[in-house]
Design a protein around this ligand. Structure first.
Ligand code: ADP
Ligand code: MG
Ligand code: MG
Length: 252
């Protein structure tokens, strides 16, 4: 589904990603961990197509298409979901209006009929149940004054509505409490199907107590220096990152 080969990227002329290789297949959950500053958010941002980042080498294909060639909107329409890509605060725009537009854009791109108000409401109700979100939250202006947990619930709901093929979640907010992490985890687990995949970027080992990844990758100094099964997250929890740094130092 997603194939990243020798990806190099810079910001303001500073090389950050230095040869990322990653293959994600349908049905899989991949966790990307690593010490602060190793390039995790940069990787997520490059996949999102954020303009500040310059890809200097390598390639990324998504369902056989050159992902780097697509603008962020078309990436979304192709089925890539990036939680943080969506607006943080738009005063006066309720999430419902925002979502109907987004969902119908995706449907149009896929050659599907747009949903009228009634059908959209039916879909919303179904997904609200699935991710356990309250109607009241949705009628508030998008993310305005949302708590960390409410933002997360809203993001997961957006993800449920858009039915992405590949979701990329960058859990950067150090202020998130355990309840907010559980909301993310429950959503990811609930929305998992054999046909979609998720990349969870996190420096919280504890998130992976709730999301069970198929593969854990450790990013360090812009490279994936170690990949392993879910137990790798537990090992990192116990031992920290220093041993990874030593390993990386001796082999690179
Ligand atoms: P992580 O998400 O793993 O903590 P980031 O991808 O946020 O790491 O950052 C990777 C590196 O890129 C860090 O060393 C950071 O200082 C650097 N960086 C981020 N933004 C800029 C920028 N605008 N200019 C220069 N360096 C940057
Ligand atoms: Mg960081
Ligand atoms: Mg980060």
């Amino acid at each position: 589904m997603l194939s990243i080969k020798n990806l190099h990227a810079s910001i303001e002329g500073n090389p950050i990603l230095k040869g990322i290789n990653l293959e994600v297949k349908p049905g899989e959950i991949h966790a990307i961990m690593g010490p602060n500053g190793s390039g995790k958010s940069t990787l997520a941002s490059v996949l999102a197509g954020r303009e500040e980042y310059e890809v200097t080498d390598g390639e990324v294909t998504f369902k056989g298409k050159d992902l780097l060639d697509l603008n962020p909107e078309d990436r979304a329409r192709e089925g890539v979901f990036l939680a943080f890509q969506y607006p943080v605060e738009i005063p006066g725009v309720s999430s419902t209006n925002f979502l109907r537009t987004a969902v119908n854009q995706v449907r149009e791109y896929r050659g599907q009929e747009p949903l009228d108000a009634v059908k959209f409401l039916t879909l919303m109700k179904e997904k609200m149940k699935l991710v356990d979100i309250d109607q009241k939250l949705l009628s508030r202006a998008l993310n305005e004054g949302f708590s960390g947990g409410e933002k997360k619930r809203n993001e997961i709901f957006q993800m449920a509505m858009l039915e992405p093929t590949l979701s990329i979640l960058d859990e950067t907010d150090s202020g998130l409490d355990i309840d907010a992490l559980k909301i993310v985890a429950d959503g990811v687990n609930e929305l998992r199907t054999p046909d979609n995949a998720t990349i969870v970027v996190t420096h919280y080992q504890r998130l992976l107590n709730y999301i069970v990844p198929d593969v854990v990758h450790v990013l360090y100094k812009g490279k994936i220096v170690k990949s392993g099964p879910k137990e790798l997250a537990l090992e990192l929890e116990e031992k920290g990152y220093d041993w990874i740094k030593e390993d990386a130092g001796s082999t690179t």
